[in-house]
Design a protein around this ligand. Structure first.
Ligand code: NAG
Length: 394
């Protein structure tokens, strides 16, 4: 099945390949790819670096506040985080704040020390706009020359320290979602023309289409046939911070979708999302390993098979470990998939490891690891190698 491999490798889908996948793909062809990205269902190329254009504000004036004596409780926690607005005034932050693009974002978080979490691309692309300083009683985060692309979640983690050993107190983290409304860009810009997202049977799918302004009205659209997708709040819901969520993906959700945002006279479309349906297996595979013989004479051939009975259209990946591996002994494998006769909806996947003309180094443990989207399992068998009987001298 060469098509499986043509579905691309991690993070590097080529448009043509993608289209082949999107069009031809019925259910399972892109599973190989899917597995590689299982921890991160959205295939996303790095977002654009926002351009710093506007002039910066004056530097912050340092004002110290009285420290609270009591330890923070859940209700008080948000008080840990404040926004420094113009001229050194403080403002409590709610769940979201808006800072006009171009302005400076300045946050303070009480604690000694604290750590900050920022939107991913800011972490990756340090262009000198983000400054984090730890003061006596608080940490300060300053982001200058902001753009709509800075929109996202900013988190303060108080640190718990014993001597010099500090760790984040995740349960005490304070988050604020910051919008940077940009009069020209309703969507957080992306360098991708499209983004591939897997619709997994057992997992909600999120189409981020992040807006820069909480006031923007956002709708979801299908490219072909062109239509607005109904957002009923149950099957599909929308949140201005998370985007659209498809709660229980079905094959009919697949296809090219995009979001449209409107605010005032402005109406803009988001990046395209290519939704690909992935048939998710119910359980990890249960491989069975068998050697053609547990004791082989030098010079004979050995076959070790690894067999998985599983659901139809669920791709199994096999990996082998064998004794000759370390010295680079080249072995080869034959992989096959065949339907199980009479077994409705079942298929047999098999990988056979072939060892030609066994040598002494081939003695030992053969391990097969079978993997599907739900997990992997390894099984082993041991093979003995016996020397050739010496031909008797006449
Ligand atoms: C912010 O923008 C101003 C004006 O374009 C520029 O002079 C300054 O270097 C920028 N600051 C940073 C940290 O990028």
């Amino acid at each position: 099945m060469p098509l499986v491999n043509s579905c691309g490798s991690k993070g590097k889908l080529v448009l043509t390949t993608l289209l082949i996948c999107a069009v031809i793909l019925e259910l399972a062809y892109c599973q190989k790819d899917a597995k590689e990205q299982r921890t991160q269902p959205g295939v996303k190329v790095k977002p654009t670096k926002p351009k710093a254009e506007k002039t910066t504000n004056k530097g912050p004036r340092v004002i110290t506040t009285k420290p609270k004596v009591k330890a923070p409780r859940a209700a008080q926690r948000q008080n840990l985080l404040t926004q420094v607005v113009n001229r050194g005034k403080f403002k409590k932050v709610g769940e979201t704040i808006s800072v006009p693009a171009g302005d400076t974002l300045e946050l303070r978080c009480r604690g000694k020390p604290v750590q900050w979490g920022v939107p991913r691309y800011l972490e990756e692309d340090d262009d000198g706009r983000l400054k984090i300083v730890q003061n006596e009683r608080y940490g300060a985060l300053t982001l200058v020359n902001t753009t709509g692309a800075d929109t996202g979640e900013y988190t303060c983690y108080p640190m718990y320290c014993e001597d010099t050993d500090c760790r984040k107190e995740y349960d005490k983290a304070v988050k604020v979602f910051v919008f940077f409304p940009d009069p020209q860009e309703l969507f957080v810009p992306s360098s991708d023309y499209y983004e591939v997202i897997q619709l997994r049977t057992n997992w909600p799918t999120v189409l981020p289409c992040q807006v820069t302004s909480p006031e923007a009205k956002v709708t979801l659209h299908r490219e072909y046939p062109p239509a607005e997708v109904a957002v009923d709040g149950t099957e599909i819901s929308f949140s201005v911070r998370r985007g659209f969520t498809i709660h229980r993906p079905r094959p009919y959700h697949a296809g090219a979708l995009f979001c449209v945002a409107s605010l005032g006279n402005l109406r803009q479309s988001s990046t395209k999302y290519m939704l690909i349906y992935v048939n998710y297996p119910m359980a990890p595979p249960a491989p069975v390993i068998q050697a053609s013989s547990s004791s082989v004479t030098v010079g004979e051939n050995l076959r070790v098979s690894c067999t998985v009975m599983g659901e139809l259209d669920v791709l199994i990946d096999f990996a082998w470990e064998y004794p000759g591996q370390e010295i680079g002994r080249p072995l080869y494998t034959q992989d096959s998939v065949s339907p199980v006769a009479g077994g409705a909806g079942r298929q047999q996947s098999q990988s056979i490891l072939l060892v030609d003309e066994v040598r002494d180094v081939d003695r030992g443990t053969y391990t097969c690891t079978a993997q599907n989207l739900q997990g992997s399992k390894s099984v082993s068998t041991t093979v003995k190698v016996v020397p050739k009987a010496k031909p008797k001298k006449p």
